[in-house]
Design a binder for this molecule. Structure first.
Ligand SMILES: *Cc1c(COP(=O)(O)O)cnc(C)c1O
Length: 488
């Protein structure tokens, strides 16, 4: 399988590349992204063949179906990372919480958020390829709180990879910050930035386009890659759990093989939703993918009205910060798949030059065949958390946005899977407030919620408060480059 570019080819980049190349060097022509040339068939035949398989066996079969240029031994090594999840035999539990409503829990990995689903195996593949090629790579992450810990965790002590991670000081939960600043390995550098996530991300983008910085990297013989979901190496691992969740419903006798279901995805950069879209296109019986957003509801407008409009919008800080995004990178891969490279380039250039684009009525219709969307406010989210906590199911604020989408958008009585993307422990102050507990710190909130509801706090979270802090650097935006170069 070869990988091609969403905005067409500029004649300088190769016109098609193998998987390994697309993940090591994820920058495609004209600022586009890499996508697979075609999708494997994962319809009924594939589903019935793997109906009784465990997660790793299913994952291996899917990766093989993509015919990527990674040998079996390395694929198995990468998938062994799922053995670090709570239950190695079932890393993604699918739990029924009421009739027709199932939660696929994607947060049972080492950093308690769904980023582990892809970053754990991806880190093994990327660093092994780098080592084999005798090349050294720098991964630069800017995080609002979940990507940072998961990126550091997967790459710590891996040869030929260095990671720098920027986080907004005061912009993450205590748990998220501790997950980063206590991560002790010589190839990792964590830097707090004075400002919010927007400032942090902006600083990273400036650095990436700085010729001085690039020259300094060349001098150090360091290449740049990326570990966010612009990298297709993340997306491929985010197709698997949608298929797994469907098969779980069959195994639990909720549906029979072939019946359609709804998937509800809490979305930011649209990587998780894109994985669902690819699964549906490859043959998974999905009626529609329902996109849940928070007050930053740009995806709702895109899917309902065909308008992607940044004008007059500012980023709103919400209690589901991993979804506080206005420019959602993976929308581009859907545009490409539906409308081809010329139109994608036209739309993406309009977005960057004029701050908006509109789909034609036919294009909008095509989009709505696969997606529907809505959003919820923080207040609505807290009410949902409280209501389900009372019934014995505790969820985080990102997951809570799915419930409104489920109530509002499920037009037919089909079984539905909602994705839980983080454990409540990462957002404990919000969860505590929702159930009527005032807490000043995460530590207080964790203890109080745990006592009131009788839920356990996993050791990886409770131990954070006793671990030594190894990264103490907090800098102004202007000082980031110097700080990084002295580390490198
Ligand atoms: C990253 C993240 C999301 C958003 O996922 P995308 O793939 O970027 O749409 C949602 N919830 C949580 C908790 C996350 O960490």
């Amino acid at each position: 399988m070869q990988f091609i570019e969403t905005r067409g080819n500029d004649g300088k980049n190769p016109a098609a590349v193998p998987f390994s190349e697309a993940i090591l060097n994820p920058r495609a022509s004209y600022g586009g992204l890499y996508v697979p040339e075609s999708l494997p068939d994962m319809s009924i035949g594939f589903l019935s063949e793997y109906l009784q398989s465990d997660y790793k066996t299913l994952a291996f079969a899917l990766l093989k179906a993509f015919e990527i240029d990674i040998d079996d031994e390395l694929l198995h090594k990468a998938l062994e990372r799922y053995d670090r999840f709570d239950d190695p035999n079932n890393p993604v539990p699918v739990v029924g919480i009421e009739e027709d409503l199932y939660v696929s829990e994607l947060y049972h990995g080492p950093t308690r958020a769904f980023k582990d689903m892809a970053l754990q195996p991806f880190g093994v593949i990327l660093s092994t390829l780098a080592k084999r090629r005798n090349e050294r790579y720098l991964i630069m992450a800017a995080t609002s709180g979940d990507t940072g810990p998961a990126t550091l965790e997967t790459f710590k002590n891996r040869e030929n990879i260095k990671v720098t991670c920027l986080y907004p000081e005061g912009g993450t939960s205590d748990v998220q910050r501790l997950q980063m600043v206590t991560e002790d390995a010589p190839n990792l550098k964590v830097i707090g930035v004075k400002g919010n996530f927007d400032d942090t991300q902006h600083a990273l983008k400036e650095l990436l386009s700085s010729e001085t910085f690039r020259e300094e990297l060349r001098k150090r013989d360091l290449k740049l890659s990326a570990a966010n979901s612009v990298n297709f190496g993340r997306i491929i691992f985010q197709i698997i759990y949608h298929i797994h969740s469907y098969l779980e419903l069959v195994r639990q006798n909720v549906i029979t093989l072939g019946e359609e279901i709804y998937l509800v995805v809490p979305s930011g950069n649209f990587g998780n939703a894109l994985g669902a879209y690819y699964a549906k296109k490859a043959g998974l019986p999905v009626r529609k993918i329902l996109i849940a957003s928070n007050a930053n509801n740009i995806l709702t407008d895109w899917i309902r009205k065909g308008e992607y409009d940044l004008r007059g919008r500012c980023l709103i800080q919400t209690e589901s910060p991993a979804m506080d995004i206005l420019i959602s990178s993976n929308v581009e891969r859907v545009l490409y798949d539906k409308f081809g490279p010329e139109r994608t380039r036209e739309l993406m250039e309009a977005l960057s030059k004029e701050g908006h684009y509109s789909l034609t009525p036919e294009e909008l219709k095509s989009l709505q065949e696969d997606f529907d969307a809505t959003f919820s406010s923080d207040e609505e989210g807290e009410k949902i958390i409280a209501r389900y906590a009372e019934r014995g199911y505790l969820m985080d604020p990102h997951t809570a946005t799915c419930l409104k989408a489920y109530r509002e958008l499920r037009r037919e009585p089909l079984a539905t899977v909602i994705y839980s993307t983080a454990e409540w422990t990462k957002f404990s102050r919000t969860v505590a407030r929702a159930i009527g507990i005032a807490a000043e710190t995460d530590k207080e909130a964790l203890d109080a919620v745990s006592r009131k509801l009788g839920v356990l706090i996993p050791k990886v979270i409770s131990e954070l408060f006793n671990k030594p802090i190894v990264h103490t650097t907090v800098v102004e935006k202007e000082e980031i480059m110097q700080e990084m170069l002295s580390f490198l």
